[in-house]
Design a protein around this ligand. Structure first.
Ligand code: SF4
Length: 420
């Protein structure tokens, strides 16, 4: 079996930024307004670090702490309510979403009516609609409402909307509305993720879309892949792999993920697959898009111009065992790489280790294992394995590591062996 992993697997830049802001906030307790990402394990780890997910009603009752606005953003009305509390507000709204808020606010000021193409129940769309005082026309699919009168309309689109469907809708709108200014606000990351998923699903005889059923962009990828590949599976967790009944018959498997799926979950899926079939080869499926101008301008009928020269880059690694899976740098930048660590010291905050690199590594106490952390269990010189979770640490002294994914995978393999 060959496994092709989309280069865009893992968190998008907006989600990464939100996680960084939440985890680096020192003004505790930290609350997130709505789920920061759709992944149970990561949310559990947040809770262990004192970062709790709450809703607006709960936030309004709080008297102290920090509230994080997640990447989807919020409406100006909700922001005004939060401003009235004593909470410190950390705004992790993705800049791509903020740009849409600005377009809509400006359009409303100029007297235009607003059209939003997207899922009306999604928090991002609710937040954007708030910028239009809740009066935007929301279009979810090709079925358009009737447009009467000589109004001028401004149209924006949810950042994770399917681009092909967007093009169909926008062409229909142009035929129905005389004065239409449309902004293609689908984010660059989404476009590349969708185009990689499309390419993989055309080439593979099975596709895994790893992510949550409640994640809009994961569902869009699932739909998109399902159109090209009938053996497309939405994998939320390792247990879902039992639904894949014809594993042995798969010659080429494609893997992509939603924007809020951690890379560690991809690694676990690959590992489980490689333990179930005799031979697995992983190839990075990378697309380099030369230049994509995603900046919406104010000209009438602006279409985002795509100067896209797609270059396919493939590298291949043969996978025979767990060692190979963990060492396969399918995620670029070496994040996700397994390293052998030697303990330097351990205290209540975590474990400082050396792993042969220029910098030392640090494993936060909540990432040290599946059981409750006990610093006394780690003595200088002890050796174990962990996974690099953040290596963009030029300003920090240590590379951040996580030991849980190794422990979890080893647990699973032991369980499986015991069952056999
Ligand atoms: S998918 Fe795009 S718009 Fe949405 S959070 Fe990620 S980078 Fe931002």
């Amino acid at each position: 079996m060959r496994i092709s992993v989309a280069r865009t697997c893992g968190f998008c830049t907006g989600v990464n930024r939100a996680i960084r802001l939440a985890t680096s906030e020192i003004n505790k307790p930290v609350y997130i307004l709505g789920e920061l990402i759709h992944n149970e394990r990561v949310l559990k780890s947040f809770a262990e670090q004192g970062i709790l997910t709450i809703n607006l009603e709960e936030a309004l009752k709080l008297t102290s702490g920090t509230v994080i606005i997640r990447a989807h953003g919020i409406s100006p009305q909700v922001r005004a309510k939060l401003n009235e509390t004593a909470l410190k507000i950390v705004d992790a709204t993705c800049p791509n979403v903020l740009k849409i808020h600005e377009i809509v606010k400006k359009g409303v000021k100029q007297g235009s009516k607003i059209i939003i193409i997207g899922n009306g129940k999604h928090p991002e769309v609710i937040g954007i609609n708030g910028c239009a005082d809740g009066e935007a026309i929301i279009i979810e699919d090709e079925n358009l409402p009737s447009f009467e009168g000589a109004n001028s309309y401004i149209c924006v689109v949810q950042t994770t909307f399917n681009e092909k469907q967007y093009n169909i809708i926008i062409n229909k709108l142009k035929n129905n509305i005389k004065l239409l200014v449309n902004y293609n606000t689908i984010c660059y990351t989404t476009k590349v993720r969708q185009s990689e998923a499309e390419m993989l699903s055309l080439q593979c005889d099975a596709m895994f879309v790893i992510g949550s059923k409640i994640s809009s962009n994961t569902c869009k990828l699932y739909e998109l892949c399902g159109r090209n590949c009938k053996n497309t599976y939405l994998i939320e967790n390792i247990e879902d792999l039992t639904k894949v009944t014809n594993k042995i018959g798969i010659q080429k498997l494609g893997i992509t993920t939603g924007a809020s799926t951690p890379k560690e979950l991809v690694m676990e899926v690959i590992l489980v697959m490689s333990s179930e079939v005799e031979s697995v080869k992983i190839e990075d499926c990378a697309q380099e898009v030369a230049a994509v101008d995603t900046t919406a301008t104010e000209a009438v009928n602006v279409e985002v111009k795509k100067a896209t020269e797609v270059k396919k880059v493939k590298t291949e690694r043969k996978i025979n065992n767990m060692e190979d899976v963990m060492n396969a740098s399918v995620f670029g930048l070496r994040e996700g790489k397994k390293v052998k660590c030697t303990v330097i010291k351990a205290d209540s905050t975590g474990i400082l280790v050396n792993f042969g690199g220029k910098k030392d590594g640090f494993i936060d106490s909540v990432k040290a294992g599946l059981e409750n952390y006990d610093a006394s269990q780690y003595k200088p010189g002890d050796v174990f394995e962990a996974v690099v979770v953040e290596n963009k640490t030029s300003s920090k002294e240590c590379i951040m590591l996580d030991k849980r994914v190794i422990d979890e995978v080893l647990d699973r393999l032991c369980e499986k062996k015991n069952r056999c």
